[in-house]
Design a protein around this ligand. Structure first.
Ligand code: VG1
Ligand code: CO
Length: 563
C-alpha cells in the first residue's frame, strides 16, 4: 500500500503536556497512551516556523539517550514529520536514535537545522515503569525558550486532530546513510563523529596525551552510568586520549540504565565514588542519562562541588583551553548556584549573569556574545560551543586544567585536591550544600512554599532570633532577559544574610510524580577553607528548614539526596 497522509481525531485533548524545567517528562506508560506522544509531537511540529516563501522545507535533528520507548518515539516523529506537507523536508537522526543532548545541540547548529527533538528524561530513571521525556530545541541548538514551550502547551490543550503518514515502512535506524520515508529524507548519522570533531576544535588533545604519557600512574575512571555517553567516552577517553576501554565503566547504553538512577551525584553514582576513593583514582567523573551533566571527583576523597567547578573552569579557561585563548565574553550561573563564579568574574573584570534554573536561560546571552562559560549547581557546566550543558566537555575542561596546573607549578602535586586548594587560597571558599526531598506530597510542598512566600523573613530581621543571621534581603526570584526583555517570575524563594550566607527553596520542575523540594545553602569563608561542608553549613540548613516548617508540611526529617 502506498503511504497515505491521514488526519487522526482525538476524543479529547490532553491537558497535562506542560513542559517543565527541561522538556515534558512523564512515566513511559503515560507516553504510551493512545495519541499522547503524537499530541506533544504535533505541538512541536506546529511550533516549528514555516519555511520562508520559496525556500525548501526544514531539517530537524532527532535523537535521544537510548532509554526505553525512544525507538518507537523516533519512528513516530518520522511518520509525523513526513506528514507536514513539506514543512520538514529532512530528518537527521543518530544511529539507533542515539544522540547525547550535547551532540544533538551540536548537530542542530552544524547542520543548520530548524531545531531538534530530544528523546530523553535526562537523569530520571528509565525502563517500562519509569520515565520518558521529549524536549524541543530551537535553531540555536538550545532548549526552546518559555515563550515557545508555552505555545506548545497551549496548542496541545485544544488539539482536535493530528496528521501522520500511514503505512510508511519503518526506517532502519541501525543503517547509517540516507533513507527515504515518503517525501521525507532521513539521514542516519554516526552518533559520535561530529561531537568528537567539535571537541578537537576546543581542546588540545596532543597536550593531554602528553600529560598522560608523562604520568603512567595517573588513573582516570569515567562512569557513563549506562547512559548515552558510553560510546562517546570510549572514543574520546579510551581511544583518542589513549586511556583504554578500562577507563570507562558502565559504558553500554541500556534502555533502563541497568536499573540505576543515571544521575551523577554522590548518592546515585556510588559505585564510581567507592572505586575512586578506595583505589585512589586521580580523576573520576560521571555523566547522566543524556550526557549533559557531570560530576568530578578524585583521590583523597575529593569532590568538586559543581558551583566551584564552573568557577574554577572560568578561572583557568584562557590558560588551559585553546577555545578560550582570546578571552571570555562573560560568565553566568543559575540563581541557586554559589557566588564562587562571581568572585572569578570580579577578578577578571567579566560580567556575571544570574539567571533562573534551567539551561534555556543561557542561550540568548550566548547568542548575543555576552556569555562564554556558565554552570548550575546541579552538575551542569558548559560553554557557548553549543547551547546545552555538556558532561564530557566538563571532564575535558578539568583534565585540561590539570595539565595547565602541572605546567604552571613544576614539581608540585598534580591533583584535583591541589587545584581546588590553589583556587580557595586565591578566592576563599563558598561552602555549598543542597538537600533534595524527593517525591513528597504536592499539596505539602505547595503549602510550604506558599506559607514561606507569605512570611519570608524581612530585611533587617533575625532568622529565628539568631543574632548571627541578620537578613539582608529576601524574595521570590524573577528575571528579565537582558537580550529580549522576556520576564520570568516565581523562580525560587531566597533569603540572603548580611554575613554573605544564603538559603534558597524551590520546587523541582523535572519530576514525573509528586513533588521534589530543593533546599540550597551557601556560606562564604575567606580563609577557613578546609572545613567539612555539611558541618560548616549545618546551622544555616537547620535554620532554613525550621523557617520553612519543612517537616511539618512534608513529614520528612531527612533529605533523599544530599550534595
Ligand atoms: C533540574 C536542575 C536544573 C537543571 C534541570 C535539567 O531541574 O535543578 O539545574 O537544569 O534539572 O537538567 P529541577 O527543576 O528539577 O530543579 V537535566 O540533566 O534533567 O536536562
Ligand atoms: Co541531563
Amino acid at each position: 500500500m502506498a503511504p497515505t497522509r491521514r488526519l487522526v481525531a482525538l476524543d479529547a485533548p490532553f491537558t497535562d503536556q506542560k513542559p517543565g524545567t527541561s522538556g515534558l517528562r512523564k512515566r513511559v506508560k503515560v507516553f504510551q497512551q493512545p495519541h499522547y506522544t503524537e499530541s506533544f509531537v504535533a505541538g512541536i511540529l506546529a511550533a516549528v516556523p514555516a519555511p520562508a516563501a520559496g525556500a525548501s522545507g526544514h531539517t530537524l535533528v532527532v535523537g535521544g539517550d537510548g532509554r526505553y520507548y525512544g525507538q518507537e518515539a523516533a519512528q513516530l516523529i518520522i511518520r509525523m514529520a513526513a506528514a507536514t506537507e513539506g514543512k520538514i523536508a529532512k530528518i537527521i537522526v543518530g544511529h539507533k536514535a542515539i544522540l547525547s543532548t550535547p551532540a544533538a545541540s551540536n548537530l542542530i547548529r552544524k547542520r543548520q537545522a530548524v531545531g531538534g527533538i530530544l528523546l530523553t528524561a535526562s537523569h530520571n530513571p528509565g525502563g517500562p515503569n519509569n520515565d520518558f521525556g521529549i524536549k524541543y530545541n530551537v535553531s540555536n541548538g538550545g532548549p526552546a525558550p518559555e515563550g515557545i514551550t508555552n505555545k506548545i502547551y497551549d496548542f496541545t490543550k485544544t488539539l482536535k486532530e493530528y496528521a501522520i503518514m500511514e503505512d510508511l515502512p519503518e526506517v532502519d535506524l541501525s543503517e547509517i546513510g540516507t533513507h527515504q520515508a515518503g517525501d521525507l529524507e532521513v539521514e542516519v548519522v554516526d552518533s559520535v563523529a561530529d561531537y568528537v570533531e567539535l571537541l578537537h576544535g576546543i581542546f588540545d588533545f596532543a597536550k593531554l596525551r602528553a600529560f598522560f604519557a608523562a604520568r603512567p600512574d595517573f588513573k582516570v575512571l569515567v562512569d557513563s552510568m549506562h547512559g548515552v555517553t558510553g560510546p562517546y567516552a570510549l572514543r574520546i577517553f579510551g581511544e583518542e586520549l589513549g586511556l583504554g576501554a578500562g577507563a570507562v565503566m558502565n559504558a553500554t547504553v541500556l534502555p533502563d540504565f541497568g536499573g540505576g538512577h543515571p544521575d551523577p551525584n554522590l548518592t546515585y553514582a556510588h559505585d564510581l565514588v567507592e572505586r575512586v576513593w578506595r583505589d585512589e583514582i586521580d580523576f573520576g567523573a560521571a555523566s547522566d542519562g543524556d550526557g549533559d551533566r557531570n560530576m568530578i571527583i578524585g583521590a583523597h576523597k575529593t569532590f568538586v562541588n559543581p558551583s566551584d567547578s564552573v568557577a574554577v573552569i572560568a578561572h583557568w579557561a584562557t590558560e588551559a583551553i585553546p577555545y578560550f585563548k582570546n578571552g571570555l565574553h562573560g560568565v553566568a550561573r543559575s540563581m541557586p548556584t554559589s557566588g564562587a563564579l562571581d568572585r572569578v568574574a570580579t577578578k577578571h573584570a567579566l560580567t556575571c549573569y544570574e539567571v533562573p534554573t534551567g539551561w534555556k536561560f543561557f542561550g540568548n546571552l550566548m547568542d548575543a556574545q555576552r556569555l562564554s562559560i556558565c554552570g548550575e549547581e546541579s552538575f551542569g557546566t558548559g560553554s557557548d560551543h553549543i547551547r546545552e550543558k555538556d558532561g564530557i566537555w566538563a571532564m575535558m575542561a578539568w583534565l585540561s586544567i590539570l595539565a595547565a596546573f602541572a605546567e604552571a607549578n613544576p614539581g608540585a602535586e598534580v591533583s584535583l585536591r591541589a587545584v581546588l586548594a590553589d583556587f580557595y587560597a586565591q578566592y576563599g571558599r563558598h561552602y555549598f550544600a543542597r538537600y533534595d526531598y524527593e517525591d513528597v506530597s504536592s499539596d505539602g510542598a505547595k503549602g510550604m512554599m506558599a506559607e514561606l512566600r507569605a512570611n519570608l523573613p524581612a530585611a533587617g530581621s533575625l532568622v529565628l532570633g539568631n543574632a548571627d543571621m541578620v537578613v539582608q534581603e529576601s524574595g521570590d526570584f524573577s528575571y528579565t532577559d537582558p537580550v529580549d526583555g522576556s520576564f520570568t517570575s516565581g523562580q525560587g524563594l531566597y533569603v540572603r544574610l548580611e554575613n554573605g550566607s544564603r538559603f534558597v527553596f524551590r520546587l523541582s520542575g523535572t519530576g514525573s510524580q509528586g513533588a521534589t523540594i530543593r533546599l540550597y545553602a551557601e556560606q562564604y569563608h575567606a580563609s577557613q577553607v578546609d572545613l567539612d561542608p555539611q558541618q560548616a553549613l549545618g546551622p544555616l540548613l537547620r535554620a532554613a528548614l525550621a523557617v520553612a516548617k519543612l517537616q511539618e508540611y512534608t513529614g520528612r526529617d531527612a533529605p533523599t539526596v544530599i550534595t
